[in-house]
Design a protein around this ligand. Structure first.
Ligand code: SF4
Length: 291
């Protein structure tokens, strides 16, 4: 059977991927809002375990088109080791069409352009990067561990190596008592510089046991109302300039479902925000995401 250690997360678009846990946890594991890997001690999965998972999966599944390399940061693996895993996937699963992973900015920056190009050539194609915000003060506050310039450089490196890049940002991250305007504008500016293929604008959720939950408790961070979140989305959209990027803000966390292709749908998306702010569009109910 496949070896999974603790809860395993993957992006919604990887619902049909076979998840192979090449690391356990997140090498950073310090973001103030995140509880995904808090109970896990970060470790690189032993190579033999990964290979035995792949061999076992080959015996069980007749057809696997997609793989997702978990947990939080497969790119932290030494390049040769990751190349070996990719080669094994290709050999055992010739029908495989896509291999994806979360990619932390620090790990991307440690790889040379040649290493990233080799990984891309070996079949690693799709990378999910958590920008969260393009605002340096906010990145520091949430303990992201990188600056906006480093995030931009990481995204650009992946794009230059030929990766398909999906970037997430978090609506409401500054709180309604923080500088939400700077967060919206700087996040749009960072994305404009990165030019991702996909942009996901999620909505801030507060998870028990995180530093952010304590900030809320102490009143240091005030959770924005649905209308404040939409006002911030509108400002973000007014500053985004990413021709061809698929924009999604229709995750279960979003009160107003927005989806389109930039920049052609930007005016319509802004109009949707305006309609909602005027009370002319139904808002979705809060959905408990279960963590
Ligand atoms: S948000 Fe990403 S980088 Fe930050 S702790 Fe969570 S998994 Fe790690």
């Amino acid at each position: 059977m496949l070896h999974y250690s603790g809860a395993v997360y993957r992006p919604p678009s990887e619902a049909h991927s076979l998840i192979i846990q090449v690391t356990v946890g997140c090498s950073h594991n310090k973001c103030a809002f995140c509880n995904m890997y808090k109970t896990k001690q970060f470790a690189i999965t032993p190579e033999e375990q990964v290979l035995s998972d792949l061999r076992w999966a080959r015996e069980q599944y007749a057809h696997v088109e997609r793989f997702f390399l978990a947990d939080g940061d497969a790119l932290i693996l030494p390049t040769e080791r990751l190349l070996g895993i990719l080669r094994t996937i290709r050999e055992l699963f010739p029908e495989c069409r896509r291999i994806s992973t979360y990619a932390s900015p620090k790990s991307i920056l440690k790889k040379t352009p040649e290493e990233l190009a080799a990984l891309r050539a070996a079949g690693l194609e799709f990378a999910y990067l958590g920008l969260e915000s393009g605002n340096d003060a906010l990145l520091k506050k949430i303990n992201k561990g990188v600056t906006a310039a480093q995030q931009i450089e990481a995204g650009q490196k992946l794009k230059s190596a030929g990766f398909t890049l999906s970037v997430t940002a978090i609506n409401g991250l500054a709180g309604s008592n923080g500088d939400w305007q700077a967060h919206a504008k700087d996040t749009a500016a960072a994305l404009n510089a990165m030019r991702p293929d996909f942009i996901a604008l999620l909505t801030l959720r507060i998870y028990t046991g995180t530093p952010m939950a304590e900030w809320i408790e102490r009143g240091e961070l005030v959770m924005p109302t649905p209308m404040e979140l939409i006002r911030e989305s509108k400002l973000f959209l007014e500053h985004i300039d990413c021709p061809g990027a698929v924009f999604r803000s229709n995750h279960a966390s979003n009160y107003l479902a927005l989806a389109g292709t930039l920049n052609e749908d930007r005016a319509r998306l802004i109009r949707q925000c305006e309609d909602a702010l005027a009370g002319n569009a139904p808002l979705r109910k809060y959905v408990e995401l279960g963590r």
